[in-house]
Design a protein around this ligand. Structure first.
Ligand code: HAM
Length: 449
């Protein structure tokens, strides 16, 4: 009896060969761009002690209270959580590996899967991927602006249009105390309407009510006092410093006093990049300062900040805006064969071509030559060559260009890779001549006709 097909969990997606090159493209660009700012890649585990997330992301946040995936080994007793974001692991790793005792600022970046048990919809998954950066040790507003620039530069390199930067400051523990008082007073008027989670948050962490996803709570939150009105002098000065630098660099932004971010560790500057091409899930990138987190997690007091870009959302915007990602090269040469001896020769030649850097294939299915050619067509092979008894004897085979059908003879006992190089260069020259005109090309190459 055939087994029942098992489907992927809801809110997850397979990234198939037809799309993986898009991921490789944005991930490479993101890491390379961050490298230009001095960020080096860090890889941390997919699961961590549950307490790490409770103490950093915060145990009154939606992420920890409602969206965590808990993991327990069948035989172990420890409770772990699948990472809902990348910052907590990066902070843990920086402290545990004594990275904060080295040269500061420490700049790390990562690409990581994240897990949140949210209601799936376009741009919102249960397993998604983040590219993020974290900077440790820098207090100055210049650091805030540099981190913002990393994200902005990435979006510009990709060619994204209309991605808006919104910033806010949510203050430090000093100004937060006053603000919490004002928020509690405000929300208490609506305590019979708030959801049960927010009712609990009213005394523990009223700021979390501001990003509750329930429609009633978010409607009430619209009239709540805004944190910008409660900043202490130090936080005000820092925010002014950030704005001044953004202005000086000609970076456009909007101040959005409603940004509070959904994670507990933030202090001072918070920011989001928003796109009109994402529907309801408009935030493609979120970040900010978290000056108290390193100390809270057991390290020496160290200011820090960072951001994360949701890669699924980034790719959705790119698709909506018709941004083309270079497709991977297709097969250069498919070597078809008739009979065992020819098949062995085909394998040998294919391997030799691969070690020269060519994408080459041969028959692995014992198919007829006709079926092999059909396959070569399907995979978009640029050239094909058929080896049979007579070719083995003479060492000469016909190399067929699939697009034009033109054939030329090659001696495959000599250097087949060299022959392919020559043909590739010939083709490229022809293409250039077609694009720019033969005369222009010749003069550009300093040649006389
Ligand atoms: P976050 O705003 O929770 O921040 O997530 C960052 C980005 O991840 C979002 O802007 C969004 O693009 C993407 N994202 C979040 N949840 C989902 C989801 N369910 N499905 C698809 N994409 C999603 C953080 O995670 C912080 N750790 C960022 C940070 C780093 N702050 C400082 N350093």
């Amino acid at each position: 009896m055939a087994g029942k097909i098992i489907k992927a969990p809801r809110g997850t997606q397979d990234i198939l060969g037809t799309d993986s090159y898009k991921w490789q493209f944005v991930e490479r660009l993101a890491l390379e761009n961050a490298g230009l700012f001095g960020f080096s890649e860090m890889r941390t585990p997919t699961f961590e002690q549950m307490d790490l997330f409770k103490r950093s992301v915060g145990d009154t946040t939606d992420v920890v209270q409602k969206e965590m995936y808990e993991v327990r080994a069948e035989k172990g007793k420890d409770l772990y959580g699948l990472k809902p974001e990348g910052t907590a692991g990066a902070v843990r790793s920086a402290i545990e590996n004594n990275l904060l005792k080295g040269a500061l600022p420490l700049k790390v970046c990562y690409v990581t899967p994240c897990f949140r048990h949210e209601r799936p919809q376009a741009g919102r998954l249960r397993e998604f991927h983040q590219f993020g950066v974290e900077m440790f040790g820098a207090q100055s507003p210049s650091a805030d602006v540099e981190v913002i620039c990393v994200a902005r530069e990435l979006f510009q390199m990709i060619g994204l249009k209309q991605v808006m930067l919104n910033i806010n400051s949510i203050g430090c523990p000093t100004c937060r105390a006053e603000y919490h008082k004002a928020l509690t007073e405000y929300f208490r008027q609506y305590q019979d309407k708030l959801c049960t989670t927010c009712l609990e948050r009213l005394d523990k962490n009223p700021m979390r009510i501001l990003d509750c996803k329930s429609t009633v709570c978010s409607e009430i939150a619209k009239g709540a006092p805004v944190v910008l009105d409660y900043l202490c002098d130090d936080c005000k000065e820092h925010f002014e410093g950030v704005k001044k630098r953004l202005d000086a660099l000609g970076i456009e932004y909007k101040i959005d006093p409603t940004i509070v971010r959904g994670l507990d560790y933030y202090t001072k500057t918070v920011f989001e990049f928003i796109s009109g091409d994402l529907g309801a899930q408009a935030t493609v990138c979120g970040g900010g300062r978290y000056d108290g987190l390193v100390k809270q997690m057991g390290g020496d007091p160290t200011p820090a900040l960072g951001f994360a870009v949701g890669l699924e959302r980034l790719l959705l915007i790119m698709e909506a805006q018709g941004i083309e990602i270079p497709k991977p090269e297709t097969c250069e040469l498919f070597i078809a064969s008739m009979g065992e001896a020819a098949n062995i020769k085909a394998c040998e030649l294919t391997n030799a071509l691969r070690s020269e850097g060519f994408y080459a294939e041969c028959d692995l299915m014992n198919r007829s030559v006709k079926a092999q050619m059909k396959y070569a067509n399907k995979i978009g092979a640029k050239y094909t060559m058929v080896l049979g008894e007579s070719e083995l004897e003479s060492g000469i085979a016909k190399l067929k260009e699939m697009e034009t059908g033109t054939e030329r003879e090659v001696d495959f006992r000599a250097d087949l890779a060299q022959a392919l190089y020559d043909i590739t260069i010939e083709r490229a020259t022809e293409d250039l001549a077609e694009e720019f005109g033969g005369e222009a090309l010749a003069s550009a190459m300093g040649m006389k006709r």
